[in-house]
Write a protein that binds this ligand. Structure first.
Ligand code: PMT
Length: 401
């Protein structure tokens, strides 16, 4: 069993998604995990501690002021006991308190007192999730190495549609299983590219694209968790470096990314190109802001950028190459064509649009390699990244070891 005797502390904060955490306890125990539950006072308005007690087979703690439990410094004992802490659902209030180091209830105190890696599964109304205050707290938590799981987007309990849904229990379980690392990439050097490139037109304008970097950053984090030494080459994105990534190189243009990837890939075993690299750049970058001339159109002449994957596959010795293909239609045929044309070992095809691919929290991938393929259905980018890394490790071992 993948989680046999793993000690997982589940924190439940006040949100309607708390009912899904009951299922999470069951699914974790199915894989042999020992689960203890700590609830905030708010969470008890949604689900009773008795429910979690019955499902976990352990007493549930809510208050920091439980005299019986605290006779033996129960909160410190719990903090030391946990190998992983997962907070699901994590409300906006809970994340604000975590971000600012509050210890005003048992759950936040435990998070400060425990060395265990912390996993947070946000769940809230989409407007709340998008609020700058919440996003700033998310950034603080990410910078501190907290692992954010989701949120997903879709229908919400309040009737809204958007980003803020808690991931499903099985997705959360998968992330925890992966966090214990099967070390499938142990000893390997992996380079991941992520995000867009910006091609300058003049000092104030550029040609870019809608890549947020989330897919590539999730792949970098998953590869690090699988034991790889990861270098992340990032286009202009506003994301914190994922935990475990040893080197990050920030670039702006496709030419910069080409140079940075080729330099890092010289010593790498695997390259994953999740970046949306601009295919073209303006032939000339104007040194002054271009002026508008009323009534007259503007024609920009574009020059082709070098293709990073093609440059790598042309080298006699090169890393195992994984490309992505972002397509709006005929995904399978375009992806398979790129697999061959760019000389790749594997390609991850994604249909973009309809809330998937660019910018979104979710994605769906179809992986192709010579003589095989596997479909990874719609899930959060975090979960997909772990599945992709597992497949890459398997193929790498089949052809390179
Ligand atoms: O960043 P997110 O918002 O999370 O969105 C994720 C994503 C949709 C950007 C990602 O999943 C994805 O599909 N990335 C590849 C996007 C892309 O540029 O696809 P493409 O079909 O144009 O390129 C094919 C492959 O060639 C890619 O691996 C790309 O990195 C690579 N390429 C492209 C051009 C170039 N000059 N050099 C390259 O190496």
């Amino acid at each position: 069993m993948q989680l046999a005797h793993r000690r997982i502390l589940l924190g439940v904060s006040g949100g309607i998604a708390a009912y899904k955490s009951c299922e999470l306890v069951r699914r974790l125990r199915d894989l042999g995990a020992e689960v203890r539950v700590v609830m905030t006072e708010g969470a008890t308005h949604f689900v009773s501690p008795t429910t979690f007690q019955a499902l976990s087979g352990e007493s549930v703690r809510v208050s920091l002021w439980d005299e019986q439990a605290e006779m033996a410094m129960g909160h410190i004992e719990l903090a030391r006991w946990a190998e992983r802490i997962i907070i699901a659902p994590a409300s906006a209030d809970l994340m604000a308190r975590l971000a600012h180091g509050f210890a005003n209830d048992l759950l936040t105190t435990l998070c400060l007192a425990s060395p265990a890696p912390l996993y947070v599964a946000p769940a809230m109304n989409q407007q709340m999730w998008a609020h700058p205050a919440v996003q700033e707290n998310v950034d603080i938590l990410r910078r501190r190495g907290v692992h954010l799981l989701g949120p997903a987007s879709g229908d919400q309990a309040c009737g809204d549609i958007g980003s803020g849904r808690m991931l499903e229990p099985l997705e959360l379980r998968e992330a925890l299983v992966a966090s214990f690392g099967s070390a499938v990439l142990h000893g390997l050097k992996v380079v991941v590219s992520a995000g867009p490139t910006y091609e300058d037109i003049d000092p104030v304008r550029f040609i870019g694209n809608r890549s947020s970097g989330r897919m590539g950053f999730a792949v970098a984090e998953a590869a690090a968790q699988a034991g790889a030494e990861v270098t992340l080459v990032a286009g202009p994105v506003g994301l914190a470096t994922p935990p475990g990534v040893v080197r990050r190189v920030d670039v702006r243009t496709a030419a910069d990314m080409h140079a940075a990837v080729l330099a890092a890939a010289a010593k790498a075993d695997i390259y994953v190109g999740a970046a949306a690299v601009g295919d073209y750049r303006p032939s000339v970058v104007a040194s002054h802001k271009l002026k508008k001339h009323d009534g007259a159109g503007l024609i920009l002449e574009l020059a082709e950028n070098p293709d990073i994957l093609t440059s790598l596959s042309a080298q006699t010795v090169h890393p195992f190459l994984v490309g992505f293909a972002a397509e709006t239609h005929d995904v399978a045929s375009y992806a398979q064509d790129k697999l061959q044309r760019k000389g790749l070992d594997m390609i991850a095809a994604n249909q973009v649009g309809d809330g998937l691919g660019f910018e979104a929290a979710d994605n769906a991938l179809h992986l192709y390699w010579a003589g095989g393929s596997v479909e990874l259905p719609r899930a959060s980018k975090t979960v997909l990244a772990h599945q992709l890394v597992a497949q890459v490790a398997q193929r790498y071992k089949a052809v390179r070891q």
